[in-house]
Design a protein around this ligand. Structure first.
Ligand code: FES
Length: 89
């Protein structure tokens, strides 16, 4: 078994390292050759989806999200409790 790591780039793609097979919704397998790292678009702007083509830099993609630490049992740690929705009038 090989390890796969997915690293989120700051305001950029997901960098996937390790032996992976990428398959689209129709079952088509993308040939990634013998690349050790594959960059997958998460900004939605790439013209070579699912791969990143650098468009995120030109369009100023800003992804502020961070992984939320989780405790066993599925409860979120480190996250602020959700605020109740505003009252409906
Ligand atoms: S993340 Fe790079 S083009 Fe979308």
């Amino acid at each position: 078994m090989t390890d796969v790591t997915i690293k989120v780039q700051e305001n950029g793609p997901y960098l996937v390292s390790g032996a992976v097979t990428i398959v689209d919704a129709d079952g088509t397998v993308y040939d990634v050759g013998d690349r050790k790292v594959v960059a997958l678009c998460r900004c939605g702007g790439s013209t070579t989806k699912p791969f990143c083509d650098g468009t995120h830099s030109r369009k100023g993609f800003d992804a502020a999200e961070r992984a939320v630490a989780r405790l066993e049992g599925g409860k979120e740690a480190d996250a602020e409790p959700a605020s109740p929705p505003p009252p409906q009038h």
